[in-house]
Design a protein around this ligand. Structure first.
Ligand SMILES: [Zn+2]
Length: 228
């Protein structure tokens, strides 16, 4: 067993994981408050999923996140300032289902009803990770590369890539992960998963989807060895 699987198995054994919602393909996720809630193009949540969020005390525009993520984000932005002298800004955090529906509807109109074209740009309502309240698009003050690939090459973008895990965030859509995540490289889109998971995901350089699969394998292996 690889050391990653070993640690995953022991994590599971310690009962420190609540991943049922994120791993049970058939179950609706609407009651899942897990930090590992999975939302992607194939795996949506309904309009009823509306987490409790608060305004994160950082510079920026749409700054609402779930409590755990907001607190972590405040610490992360303060650290970026202290360590890299960069002022990070919140560009877009929590978006509810209705908002996503309007954004998608507008995009659909602008491409004259061509769903394929609209899907290439905008997540359909219920498939945006921003609805979890655990996701924040990050930019930097006076940056020209807001929501553009160039952000990854800026001082702020680089600092976020290297350090977000220390605060429980992961770079969700890295280069080369498109097949797995369904999204091309988005150096600005960070997702909160909690400290322990973020550290492991960062160390192993894998998409959340792959990590969740490994977690499940680790749990299964653990059950098997418990039987022996
Ligand atoms: Zn985003």
């Amino acid at each position: 067993m690889s050391s990653l699987l070993q640690t995953l198995a022991s994590l599971a054994a310690a009962g420190s994981l609540l991943v049922s919602g994120a791993l049970d393909m058939a179950a609706p996720q609407n009651s899942d408050t897990s930090m590992l809630l999975l939302v992607n193009r194939d795996w949506g949540i309904s309009g009823d999923y509306a987490p409790v969020v608060r305004v994160s005390e950082v510079p920026g525009q749409v700054r609402k996140l779930r409590e755990e993520a907001a607190t972590a984000q405040e610490a992360m932005f303060a650290a970026a300032k202290a360590e890299a002298r960069v002022t990070l800004v919140a560009v877009s955090g929590y978006r509810d289902y209705d908002k996503q529906e309007r954004i998608y509807g507008n995009k659909l109109k602008s491409v004259r009803g061509d769903e394929e074209a609209a899907d290439a740009y905008v997540a359909r309502p219920g498939t945006s990770e921003h609805q979890t309240g655990l996701t924040m698009d990050i930019g930097q003050r006076s940056g020209k590369d807001t929501l553009e690939e160039g952000f990854g090459g800026t001082r702020g973008g680089q600092w976020c890539r290297d350090n977000a895990w220390r605060f429980g965030f992961i770079l969700r859509y890295d280069e080369g992960w498109e097949e797995v995540t369904g999204y091309s490289f988005e150096p600005w889109h960070f997702r909160y998963v909690g400290l322990e998971h973020a550290r492991r995901i960062h160390e192993n350089e894998m998409p959340l989807e792959e990590y969740l699969k490994l977690l499940r394998t680790g749990i299964l292996l653990d059950l098997v060895s418990a039987d022996e």
